[in-house]
Design a protein. Structure first.
Length: 147
């Protein structure tokens, strides 16, 4: 897979995953969850800073359409697989955590949800923070002049 395809695929996973997660958490959890709405919204908002920042960087990359003339270099298959895996598992894990308030689990409190979301966001944040500039690099001086 070429760099341009790779960037677009990861951008799509992050953007659609972020929007889906936000809508799911905003609509389903308050309607069917067992916690107070304010607690649910607080837990929902805790999970978005890093994913939101990276999704916006991905969206910016797609809007710029950088690399439309060039596909870029080939990306190793292992890099493609591990990046997709981490993004999909993190978003899937977040969906699962937001689903937990709808299930009757003894001892599950808002505090535990905060801990779980905090751990998920920390893992995803460290990973995406490390690769963000490589995946979605800032504009070069030449690209800024042409923009």
């Amino acid at each position: 897979m070429y760099e341009r395809q790779f960037r677009f695929r990861i951008a799509q996973i992050l953007i659609y995953g972020h929007l889906g997660l936000f809508l799911f958490g905003l609509i389903m959890v308050p309607l069917f969850g067992k916690f107070e709405v304010i607690d649910t919204v607080h837990v929902l908002l805790m999970g978005f800073p890093m994913l939101g920042a990276t999704a916006l960087a991905a969206f910016d990359e797609m809007l710029r359409n950088r690399g439309s003339k060039s596909r870029g270099k080939m990306v190793p298959v292992e890099v493609v697989r591990i990046t997709q895996f981490v993004c999909l598992i993190s978003i899937g894990g977040s969906f699962f955590v937001y689903l937990l308030p709808m299930i009757e689990i003894p001892g599950l409190t808002v505090d535990w949800l905060k801990v779980i979301i905090g751990a998920l966001e920390t893992v995803l944040g460290v990973y995406l923070g490390r690769i963000r500039d490589h995946l979605f690099p800032p504009l070069t001086a030449a690209e800024k002049a042409n923009a």
